[in-house]
Design a protein around this ligand. Structure first.
Ligand code: HEC
Length: 148
């Protein structure tokens, strides 16, 4: 059956090509898929709510001290004051949900990596002077950009 044999051989060759296409660098490094973007956003959500604890200062609390979910990351009163005066201390944080005012996503990444604001200054205490790595900074910025 020479015909069947060559059909099988052709099929095998085509399967091989298909695998090669999946493994080719062009396929691997194409622009981020929807999946990798949602993984980045999920990682940012984790850092904001469970590691960097941005919510401690940027989310208003109810009378029981519980974060108000509908105002998550909308800016809040800072509930603590230093024992000794700290120069520049502010008692209010800003809204960071949907990106802070005056920031592009790229500028927020840079701020979280370096502590430098877009105007070249630094944020007032008690805003921590973060030095996130690039991946974490991109994740936080992508997450904040994705919410309101
Ligand atoms: C200990 C309290 C505290 C925590 C925790 C905190 N912030 Fe802040 N943040 C502040 C305060 C207060 C300000 C206002 C500072 C100012 O007015 O200069 C601020 C300002 C900012 C700004 C604007 C900076 C500027 O002046 O341009 C950004 C962006 C920001 N915070 C992001 C974050 C992110 C992201 C996290 C978590 C990874 C976080 N903050 C955690 C207190 C905090």
């Amino acid at each position: 059956m020479p015909h069947n044999h060559s059909t099988r051989a052709l099929r095998r060759a085509l399967n091989g090509l298909y695998v090669l296409a999946l493994l080719s660098p062009a396929a691997a490094f194409a622009k981020p898929s929807a999946d990798s973007q949602s993984a980045l956003i999920a990682h940012g959500d984790y850092i904001v709510h469970r590691v960097g604890m941005c919510i401690d200062c940027h989310t208003p609390k109810d009378a029981h001290g519980m974060p108000i979910a509908s105002e998550d990351l909308h800016g809040a009163e800072i509930p603590i004051t230093p024992d000794n005066p700290v120069p520049g201390w502010v008692n209010r944080s800003v809204k960071i949900a949907g990106l802070p005012a005056g920031y592009t996503e790229a500028q927020l990444v840079s701020f979280l990596e370096t502590g430098h604001t877009p105007s070249g200054g630094t944020a007032h205490p008690p805003m921590p002077d973060y030095r996130l790595n690039e991946h974490d900074a991109r994740a936080v910025a992508a997450y904040l950009h994705s919410i309101n």
